[in-house]
Design a protein around this ligand. Structure first.
Ligand code: FMN
Length: 181
């Protein structure tokens, strides 16, 4: 699979899902294989700071994180989306990010393309995007851009035309990135 989209929202059919899928749909139009994963309903506990991953390849906490991490390792581009909660990503997304520490030591994600997608009601989205960009940067992804959309009720972001335009432009950047490889 070439492009993996992940929505970290606990609302399965919410705004983050819609905006991540907007990017994936545009990428798919170019004939590129995509996969979408929602973290809604998944059990993704926090990093417990055990540092066992310094010696072992993978996180030793047993829950739903593993299967999604495996998909991420198989992807060439990762599009990670989150809703804005108190000017940052929501807890589920942060747990997901923190658990990637086991992949950080040997930079197992390095060189992939990465995109940050965030939805806010009206404030804090850029700060939340910085959290995802920090994750991408620490893991040495190649940043392919970020999208910040506006919407409160589920689905409202699909009315944010400027954000949809940025989402489609970002998708084109993903397509170009994959073309160069
Ligand atoms: C606990 C909580 C905290 C939130 N904090 C913010 C915030 O700081 N700024 C903001 O603009 N919207 C905030 N929101 C609104 C969500 O970001 C917004 O509804 C978003 O579209 C949700 O995305 P989703 O449908 O993918 O879950 C908050 C919502 C919740 C439930």
């Amino acid at each position: 699979m070439q492009v993996l989209g992940i929505s970290g929202s606990m609302r399965e059919n919410g705004n983050t899902a819609a905006l991540v899928q907007t990017v994936l749909d545009e990428v798919a139009k170019a004939g590129i294989e995509t996969e979408y994963v929602s973290l809604a309903g998944r059990t993704i506990g926090p990093c417990i700071g055990c540092e066992r991953c310094l010696k072992e390849d993978f996180c030793s906490v047993q829950d739903d994180w593993d299967a999604i991490a495996e998909r991420m390792l198989e992807a060439e581009v990762v599009v990670l989306g989150a809703p804005t909660y108190y000017y940052d990503v929501n807890g589920q997304t942060k747990n997901f990010i923190d658990r990637t520490y086991s992949l950080f030591h040997r930079r197992r994600l390095a060189g992939r393309g990465g995109v940050a997608v965030v939805v806010q009601a009206n404030a804090g989205g850029h700060r939340a995007a910085e959290t995802i960009e920090g994750f991408l940067s620490a893991h040495e992804f190649v940043s392919l851009g970020s999208v910040v959309g506006n919407g409160f009720a589920a689905g409202a972001v699909l009315g944010d035309e400027p954000a949809l335009t940025v989402a489609r432009e970002t998708a084109q950047r993903i397509v170009a990135h994959l073309g160069w490889r």
